[in-house]
Design a protein around this ligand. Structure first.
Ligand SMILES: Nc1ncnc2c1ncn2[C@@H]1O[C@H](COP(=O)(O)OP(=O)(O)OP(=O)(O)O)[C@@H](O)[C@H]1O
Length: 269
């Protein structure tokens, strides 16, 4: 990214109620600028719901989300779109666009409304496509792309947006191992502040500076990745017995599950 302005996103006492149910309850968290924070936790624990509040897609029922001290709700939608990008789990477009057109959509919040003042975004778009490894797909129609190709195009769109904060919802779902690694490395190297919901704990261990752990709509742990990712936490949150150790060659935490699963998704009392 050309500008590496780093955004500090904070949720203060955030609760979100949907369909009469409290989905998120008493969320207090500050995502440190410049870090890559992973959000982990079982299915239904509230990861996507939290990302949607952090992106301003949904409003908290109570509490406040702030970006660099300003309430997200006080920002005009155009400014919010310039500063915060969300890469959804199943990003779609109903339009007949090429991959390059989709990446170009990331520049819309930066374009002037005034005729004659439009500046050339071509370089930013090409750089984002290179970083997302989708340059060769530029002329392909969106509808013809595979799931993993679409995911990489959406990353390039988000990078073209040059946000202060990049939010990603299970971004590696459709990607093969090589592209998972390349994708998360690109996020780590180019996004100023990145926050990603992740299911793969080994990838989280490899790429995230910090982890927050969600269970039943609460944050139950937050800290440096190696401090948070323990066998005890995996047992408590996922109901899985695992061995967590530092791999002698890779020199990072690896998780080997041994048994369990019966108690997964237990809600805290
Ligand atoms: N609009 C809504 N109305 C009612 N319930 C909702 C709504 N959105 C989410 N939920 C519920 O809130 C809970 C949390 O959902 P969320 O998608 O945030 O979980 P998640 O941790 O991202 O799950 P997964 O790992 O399966 O993607 C789930 O029980 C879900 O069914």
């Amino acid at each position: 990214m050309s500008e590496r302005t780093m955004g500090s996103l904070t949720a203060q006492g955030v609760t979100w109620i949907a369909g009469g149910t409290t989905i998120l309850d008493g969320i207090d968290v500050t995502f440190k600028p410049g870090l890559f924070t992973g959000i982990i936790g079982p299915n239904g624990s509230g990861k996507t719901s939290l990302l949607h509040l952090l992106a301003g897609v949904n409003q908290p029922s109570s509490g406040l989300v702030t970006l660099d001290g300003e309430a997200l709700t006080s920002l005009r939608s155009r400014e919010r779109a310039r500063r915060v990008a969300l890469l959804e789990q199943h990003a779609e477009t109903g339009l007949d666009l090429t991959a390059r057109d989709v990446v170009e959509l990331g520049r819309i919040p930066h374009r002037s409304r005034w005729p004659g003042a439009v500046h050339d975004d071509a370089e930013t778009i090409e750089r984002a496509m290179h970083r997302g490894r989708v340059t060769a797909l530029g002329d392909r129609r969106w509808a013809t792309l595979s799931g993993g190709e679409r995911q990489r195009v959406q990353l390039a769109r988000a990078l073209a947006q040059e946000p202060e904060v990049l939010l990603l919802d299970e971004p590696t779902n459709h990607l093969d191992l090589g592209h998972q690694i390349a994708f998360l490395r690109t996020v780590r190297e180019t996004a100023p502040t990145a926050i990603a919901a992740l299911h793969d704990l080994d990838l989280a261990a490899a790429y995230c500076d910090e982890l927050i752990v969600m269970q039943g709509g609460h944050i139950v742990a937050h800290g440096a990745t190696d401090d948070v990712l323990t066998a005890e936490l995996i047992r408590d949150v996922y109901g899985v017995e695992a061995v967590v150790e530092t791999h002698p060659v890779a020199q990072r935490r690896t998780i080997v599950w041994v048994a369990g699963g019966e108690h997964a998704c237990r809600r805290p009392s």
